[in-house]
Design a protein around this ligand. Sequence first.
Ligand code: HEM
Length: 263
Amino acid sequence: MGTAATAVQDSQRPATGSGHAETERGADVTISSSPLTVWWRSSLGLKLLVAITGVVLFLFVIGHLLGNLQIFRGPAALNSYSEKLRALPILLWGARLGILVCAILHVFATLSLALLNRRARPIPYSRRTPVQATVSSRTMVYSGLLVLAYVGYHLAQFTWKITNPAISHLLNGQGKPDVYAMVVLSFRNRLVSGSYIIAMIVLGFHLNHGLASIFQTVGWMTPRNKRVIERIAFWSALIIVAGYIAIPLSVLLGLVPTVRGGM
Ligand code: HEM
């Protein structure tokens, strides 16, 4: 989102669909006449799409964290939470589909924005005077792609269960999938836990800037409330990251029992 700052300024000139739009440096950008294409290609439309899908993904990240924190209540709590989700297949698959669609749109809109921004800026980055930019804002595309790569690995590990089938297919006393054992045994591996912790930190940077950007996109950020919004975004990202990191870290520190002694 951060890389799109200039594109947003451009977008504030209405895209009329008449064929051409001029950027602040006078570059002529051709715009297709179909209203949907105009909206899709206008940086404001793309930013809104990034913001809306970002909110949905953010809510998922919070919900998923609350579910995963059940691990601290013991095997029965985490396994029964997972079982309850599976017992509602329509809800589960509806949510999965919604998240997938949002994730795809989020990635495509962000990359389109970055491309649009680059095309509209004939002067190379190296000669730009840096505006107020934080590490989070300058690295949004990269942190987003890293989180995407992490989610790919994460799904392979815990949802498709292909990275370590020996511990992913364990069953509990009731013959149901032992999600607790799968998570704890996976995080006993320092490499796995370490990569999760790094990925969570990257996610934190992404959330920090992404959350503040959403307020900016919908026009709720003013010079007066900017600091407050940035603080809310920072603390929300920090709490979420701390919550997620607490899980692999506690396993590594031996604070979460394995239940299957010796494994
Ligand atoms: C300590 C951190 C995390 C743990 C322990 C964890 C645990 C899990 C588990 C056990 C599953 C499989 C659920 C099941 O099929 O029963 C899962 C699925 C998933 N996780 Fe995570 N997760 C973590 C972090 C994250 C993060 C940070 C994200 C997103 C950025 C994420 C995104 C997902 C997604 C998209 C799924 C698939 C959901 C589904 O298929 O229903 N997870 N996670």
